[in-house]
Ligand binder design. Structure first.
Ligand code: BV8
Length: 227
């Protein structure tokens, strides 16, 4: 089977990384538009960089959990062709051994330059004065997709949805587009859809099947069923 797995912050929650919208989540105390937009960065680069520096440290201290490991095992099994599309900017899928991971919202462990467009691996804390290693301009930002910016690899993702036999969404609230529209896109192309989440999401009605509970319980169980 060709399987497309879409993951959100909920798959990393049990690794200790806060989600965006659950209580105590990342956005609590902030509005997304105050932290994750180019305008917010232009207005107050230090505030935005501090937000990402703190999250990067948390990502580096976190470990992949049983859900990440189960997905990597499924991908390695060769019995199915599995692509993981993640909204997350952490590297827990890769550290669990996953190979085909599409980071549609970029990576907190990469930086890019707003002056020359260069992008590079960057696991260190960023400061607004940091010079770009290519052009030297103090124009460095996290290489993530903010609100109002185009997500990455959308053509590749849309083609994978069309070719999929199964679309599985894990740990996402269905609150941000275009990712939140993928389930409907799959359904109207006759692709079977499953949602794995600990609670109802904003687009739960788009799924043919729902499994409610923690990702570290439900994802390994689901992977075992496919073996
Ligand atoms: C775009 C990266 C155009 C950075 C993120 C005005 C102008 C422009 C665009 C818009 C606009 N108005 C609306 C839009 C569209 C906008 C949007 O959708 N806004 C929303 C608020 C309405 N989208 C955009 O701007 C996107 N770009 O539209 O450009 C375009 C479009 C198409 C083609 C070309 C151009 C870009 C959006 C990307 C923003 N970047 N993050 C960073 O990480 O800091 S958003 C961020 O929130 C995430 O990346 C993720 O995508 C999103 C949703 O988060 P989730 O992962 O779902 O996490 P959340 O906390 O919400 O939910 C957690 C879930 O886990 C819950 O359901 C919970 O129950 C579950 N859970 C928790 N624990 C567990 C669990 N499940 C299982 N087990 C557990 N243990």
């Amino acid at each position: 089977m060709k399987i497309l797995v879409l993951t959100g912050a909920g798959i990393s929650a049990e690794s200790g990384l806060p989600t965006f919208r659950d209580s105590g989540g990342l956005w609590h105390g902030h509005r997304p538009e105050d932290l994750a937009t180019p305008e917010a960065f232009a207005r107050n680069p230090a505030l935005v960089l501090d937000f990402y520096n703190a999250r990067r440290q948390a990502v580096q201290a976190a470990e992949p959990n049983a859900a990440h490991v189960a997905l990597a095992r499924l991908q390695a099994s060769e019995r199915h062709k599995v692509i993981i599309v993640t909204q997350n900017v952490d590297d827990l899928h890769e550290r669990a051994g996953a190979r085909r991971v599409v980071h549609m919202h970029g990576s907190i462990l990469r930086a890019c330059c707003t002056a020359c467009g260069a992008a590079w691996a960057a696991s260190y804390a960023m400061d607004a004065e940091d010079p770009c290693p290519d052009c030297g301009e103090p124009a460095v930002r996290p290489d993530v997709v903010w609100f109002g910016e185009s997500p990455r690899d959308l053509n590749l993702i849309h083609k994978a949805i069309e070719k999929a036999d199964l679309f599985v969404s894990i740990g996402t609230s269905g609150s941000v587009y275009p990712a939140a529209g993928f389930a409907a896109r799959a359904s109207c192309r006759g692709v079977r859809t499953i949602e794995i989440n600990k609670a109802l999401s904003l687009n739960s009605s788009e799924f043919q099947e729902r499994r409610e509970g923690n990702a570290t319980d439900l994802v390994p169980a689901w992977v075992d069923e496919l073996r």
